[in-house]
Design a protein around this ligand. Structure first.
Ligand code: UD1
Length: 421
């Protein structure tokens, strides 16, 4: 298995291109199931999660062509021969559940294995199912599968999510585009990935209002057509690379970065003393002083501080001046990076959903292990600020969500190498 070796060597200078958003692309790809016509996604990220979604769609009979070195995905579902998403694929990635709504909406039936995915808490799919039930789906959970039917087709409904869920909002939104009548989704997620999905569906002919707010209104149509759609920039990759100069010092321009995608995160970063400025090409992040100020963070649904940047922000807080309290409110078990950071000399106490980080002057390189996608990149970031060598194993987590991370960091002068194993 590959590992990544990081040797802390001071300030970074340069630019890093930000790819299309993994999480947006994973929701956009299943939208192909809603139509006979071709769907083309440009600015797609080249990641193993995207390949897993391609394999899943192909297993249903869809065609997925990866063009221009993977940056363009040409999808077609004109000849689907199965509505069953098998455990073997679904267990690799939780986002697989996003085929359920589209399959049900177009074919009136679907069988989807209950998902696995990152080990960050229980992560049920009850909200996905309840929203579809509200639209008239009949569901049966047997043998680890959701067996779903909508004999007369889905019907528009008013559904209020009891808590904000990105995936459940996406599933319900896609299903509602082909339901009979009007669907109103209340307490819907407002993440940029939902907005991007709504824009793509509208290009395909869907009638949607309210994206980016907590109420989505969808007028069902008889059929959707094809579209070409560019995937929005990855705000989590953006936030991750914005933290690189914050941790190592120096100045880095994240190309394609937009402040509106990371507003609350950028505000916290600026509160630590780091400069963030929107340029014509993206976001420039500069750390001039020596240590940053400790700053507290509470994760929340968008537009709050993203849970997917909590681990990386913790890496910054490890060497901050003072004590920071990080509260995780989205997932109940998302501090697995804390013991690994402690191995590098960090001082962190975890009690339930709260981590208290007492900043130290210097971290020391150590062998560490990635436990999930965002945890693994937080250890690479910490390695940039550590003395000596940090060796990160279980790199497959990283490859699910970061494209060429070592190359991108090397481009700014960091010493980061992948060792094939
Ligand atoms: C998506 C993102 C993930 C991010 C998360 C929160 C993708 C592919 N993944 O995951 O990177 O960390 O949003 O921003 O887009 N919940 C339920 N029942 C459900 C669904 C969710 O109780 O049916 C709970 C979850 O356990 C969690 C919370 O709701 O505590 C939010 O989860 P959700 O927004 O659904 O996350 P995902 O869509 O899985």
């Amino acid at each position: 298995m590959d590992s990544i070796v990081v040797t802390g060597n001071g300030p970074l200078q340069g630019e890093i291109p930000i790819a299309g958003a993994k999480n947006a692309c994973l929701a956009l790809m299943p939208a192909t199931l809603l139509t006979d016509a071709p769907l083309t996604l440009t600015n797609a990220p080249r990641l193993s999660d995207i390949r897993t979604m391609s394999t899943l769609l192909e297993s249903l009979g869809a065609e997925v062509a990866s063009l221009q070195d993977g940056q363009v995905l040409a999808l077609s579902s004109h000849a689907l021969d199965s509505q069953r998403a098998d455990y073997d694929i679904v267990r690799k990635m939780r986002a697989s559940i996003l085929v359920l709504g589209p399959l049900l909406a177009r074919y009136g039936q679907a069988e989807v294995s209950l998902p696995g995915g990152c080990a960050i808490g229980a992560r049920p799919v009850d909200l996905h199912l309840r929203a579809l039930e509200a639209m008239g789906a009949e569901l049966d959970l047997r043998d680890g599968y959701v067996h779903a039917r909508a004999p007369g087709g889905l019907k528009g409904a008013v559904f209020e999510f009891p808590l904000v869920s990105v995936g459940a909002t996406e599933n319900a939104l896609m299903a509602a585009t082909l339901a009979r009548g009007t669907t109103v989704l209340k307490n819907a997620a407002r993440e940029p990935e939902i907005v991007d999905l709504a824009h793509c569906l509208r290009r395909m002919g869907a009638r949607i209002e309210g994206e980016g707010t907590s109420t989505l209104t969808i007028e069902g149509v008889d059929a959707l057509g094809g579209a070409t759609h560019p995937v929005v920039a990855d705000r989590i990759e953006l936030g991750t690379f914005m933290l690189a100069p914050a941790i190592a010092g120096g100045s880095v321009e994240c190309l394609g970065g937009r402040l509106d995608l990371v507003q609350s995160f950028a505000e916290k970063l600026m509160a630590t003393g780091v400069e963030v400025t929107q340029t014509e090409r993206g976001l420039r992040v500069t750390r001039r002083g020596d240590r940053v100020r400790a700053t507290d963070v509470v994760t929340a649904p968008f537009p709050g501080f993203p849970t997917d940047l909590q681990a990386q922000f913790m890496a910054l807080m490890c060497t901050a001046d003072g004590t920071a309290v990080l509260e995780e409110r989205i997932f109940e078990n998302r501090f697995m990076h804390a013991p690994e950071l402690t191995r590098m000399g960090a001082r962190i106490e975890v009690h339930g959903g709260t981590a208290t980080v007492h900043g130290v002057e210097r971290l020391r390189g150590a062998p560490v292990m990635a436990t999930d996608l965002r945890a693994s990149v937080s250890l690479i970031l910490a390695g940039l600020a550590a003395e000596g060598e940090t060796v990160l194993s279980r790199v497959y987590h990283l490859d699910r969500g970061y494209e060429r991370v070592e190359e991108k960091l090397r481009g700014c002068g960091a010493r980061v190498e992948r060792v094939k194993g």
